[in-house]
Design a protein around this ligand. Sequence first.
Ligand code: FAD
Length: 543
Amino acid sequence: MSKGNRLHRIDQLIANDFDLVIIGGGITGLGIGLDAVTRGLSVALIDKNDIAYGTSSRSTKLIHGGLRYLKQLEFGLVKEVGSERAILHRLAPHLVIPEKMLIPIFENRGLGFFLTYIGLSIYDLLAGVKSGDKRQMLSRSKTLHAEPLLKPDGVKGGARYAEYRTDDARLTLSIARTAMDAGLIALNHCHAEAFTYNAEGKIDGVMAKATPEARTFRIKAKRVVNAGGPWVDEIRKFDSDSLTKQIILSKGVHIVVPHVRLPIQQAIYFDTEDGRMIFAIPRDRNTYIGTTDTLFNESPDTVFTTQADAEYLLRATNNLFPSVQLVMADVTSSWAGLRPLIREEGKDTSAVSRRDEIFESESGLISIAGGKLTGYRKMAERVVNLVFKSLGKKDVQSKTRTLSLCQNAFQSWKEVVKYLTTVESRIKASGGDGLDSYYLVTTYGVDTDQILDMVGSTYSLEQRIAAEARFTIKIEMATTLVDFFVRRTGMLYFNPELIKDHIEVVLEIFRLAFEWDEARIQKELDELTKVIETAKIKIPLHE
Ligand code: FAD
């Protein structure tokens, strides 16, 4: 997606009359795009920022059944997303990776041993968990042995159950690529600004602005889906939609600390003293901790982790692992995401349902909000069913249940492991130490080969990062430095020190690909500096 490639896509967006235009390139919009295009519709998708810019790169990064929704008696939701986990693992085994979770159980706190057992049993049943992966209840000594850092006081036992971890932004990107291979015309950094209407007052297009090119144009559409996530109401306001069911936003933050400072043996799901549940998840050389759940009343574009958010998570973690005593200086990075929740009078944010909702306006706008990463496929199927109905077309069955998201490369985690070994040997043969193979394969899957081809005969970290920049520009729509360092590589969150060391080589590759002038270079560097500062915990002046 270098400069010429973007211009070509803009031409395609202008020239076609699409069955469907989707606003929003998060997992919801792209899931809908993939479902629709593989059912034979002509589809375009635009995102005002980047693919996965919104909540889809700022989640807990788990493909999970939502154990906590059992507490809210949301059995249907648990059953749907619980069963989706295994499907997503099969569709993208290098991106949806099995992970056992440990839940420590305390006397006089949380659900207790018996209710946890009952809850996990219902969970296994609803989610159709296979026998080898079913919950395991642990004695006190086994729990403390499994996680020696746990505060022993009051530990009654524990439970272990199966979930999957992912890279949310990369999962969203792999859906984007699969959809684009099937014919989706997608453009990031392209803002929907208004709708156009036909003589009957029905929406028949979207006015869009491609930001880097400063070009405004109309995209003709028979139907428009608003998958704007936290911005869904903002987009509904372009229309005459009366906004009967409004969205409220709940903020959830995660902080990252070096794994050596919180060297847990596995992912842990624990309850805090104020009754909330928090995850601590090891990833590469880090452990990340989250999330909070607080009402957010400002613009979704201005969400960040405050010092108070980080202190809350540090306090809860130090309470569980007293020998660790993390301090603010241990926090190397953070992210803050927003859950759009359907307003329910008299309920606080943590009690409001996480279920998705579809709204249709008089003028034909279909908006979808809420839901989870894990449930994206079923949400997409429902929305596209509705699109078919409203177009008066004969329905075609959804095909995504068996459509691999990784260029049909892997059928199982076992095959991923086999590929990992070959990548490791290849890196070693060109002078590297092979340690990067896990990162490369769980980030790029089988495309690792293309990246290694670009690295050439001598492997080094600098060469690898340069190859990633070229690859993500060419194949994955990386258009800005922030796209690359945040959503293509996750470097901002999990390896921020690499940004400083390799910015020059990456900048030069982007400059050449997009023909940036001095002003644009400065703008890119300013934006990157801003996201780096934001990730390192903000202290707003008015707090
Ligand atoms: P988004 O990803 O926010 O996408 C909306 C997109 O619309 C954005 O990219 C934005 O740029 C674009 N947009 C907005 N306005 C315009 C416009 N005018 N023109 C063009 N584009 C526009 N789910 C799980 O399954 N597992 C988890 O572990 C998990 N953890 C979570 C943790 C937190 C803290 C939060 C907040 C949510 C979590 N979720 C999790 C839920 C999940 O992340 C979300 O349901 C999902 O990412 C929502 O995706 P989306 O596409 O609807 O929204």
